[in-house]
Design a protein around this ligand. Structure first.
Ligand SMILES: [Zn+2]
Length: 277
């Protein structure tokens, strides 16, 4: 059995270890809920500014992760996530957007990518699937937020086609990591979701769900996104998939479903440390 690709670096961060072998300056991973200053349902490392936690605590929590990763928070970029398939090409002028307040985050966007060094891309999650993109030969990095809506709107396919069409990247050069999210053990959906998924994936959709009672299905949303990657030409050997379920592991993760909507957020992050020169 393959080892978990998201390696626990310390109490607060899980890192995609394997990708560091391409470039030691790459920092890519996922935050946990451990080691922060937030209280009540947000205990303790909540990094979501839009969930009614105290803003100053959220900033402190983000600063802590920024310090661990050695990329200052004013070089991070967050977006206002809306469960759609909009993707934004992040440039130097975006530095700091959404990092300290929600109002100036990149608007209505669930996917970010860049080729700039010294910028950390970040998105927030509490069950949805974080998907990471990396083309080592082009120094191109990206992340998307794929809940069931983003998944069926094909945000992962959008990122891949943006890279191949606009950035001149061959699909052979793209590596993918699928991070901790709610798993089929804890994720029941209805016909609406299954129909939308079947429209996108056709016959292959049936591998991703199991009907547990009339109109109720256990869904493996990580697998759905993995299949989307493969359908878009990504080599299956280039895809890493986390085994962590955010709902099962209450110690490590917030979960929107488990905590009935009132909970904190973890974040996915990816960025290159700035060159020393
Ligand atoms: Zn579970």
């Amino acid at each position: 059995m393959k080892t978990e690709p998201f390696f626990r670096q310390n109490e607060s961060t899980l890192m995609i270890k394997e990708w560091e072998s391409f470039d030691a300056s790459l920092k890519a991973g996922f935050s946990t809920r451990v080691g922060g200053t937030s209280v009540n349902g947000y205990n303790s490392l909540n990094v979501g500014l839009h969930v009614n936690d105290i803003d100053s605590n959220v900033i402190k929590n983000r600063e802590k992760i920024a310090e661990i990763l050695r990329i200052p928070l004013n070089q991070w970029v967050f977006s206002d996530q809306v469960h759609k398939a909009q993707i934004h090409h992040v440039t130097k002028s975006d530095k700091g957007k959404g990092a300290f307040n929600y109002e100036n985050a990149i608007k209505a966007t669930d996917g970010l990518y860049t080729r700039e060094k010294g910028i950390m891309l970040a998105l927030c999650y509490a069950d949805c699937v974080p998907v990471y993109f990396y083309a080592p030969s082009h120094q191109l990095i990206g992340i998307v937020h794929a809940g069931w809506k983003g998944t069926v709107e094909n945000i992962v396919g959008q990122m891949i086609s943006t890279w191949t069409k606009n950035e001149g990247v061959s699909t052979n050069d793209i590596y993918i990591a699928i991070g901790p999210s709610i798993e089929e053990c804890c994720y029941i959906v209805d016909d609406r979701v299954i129909e939308a998924l079947t429209t996108l994936l056709g016959d292959q959709a049936r591998h991703t769900f199991k009907e547990v009672s009339t109109g109720q299905y256990r869904l493996n949303l990580k697998l759905a996104n993995q299949i989307i990657c493969e359908k878009n030409g990504i080599d299956s050997n280039h895809i890493l998939v986390s085994k962590d379920c955010t709902s099962c592991n209450e110690e490590l993760f917030f979960s929107h479903r488990r905590d009935k909507g009132s909970t904190g957020r973890m974040m996915s992050f990816i960025g290159f440390e700035e060159d020393e020169s």
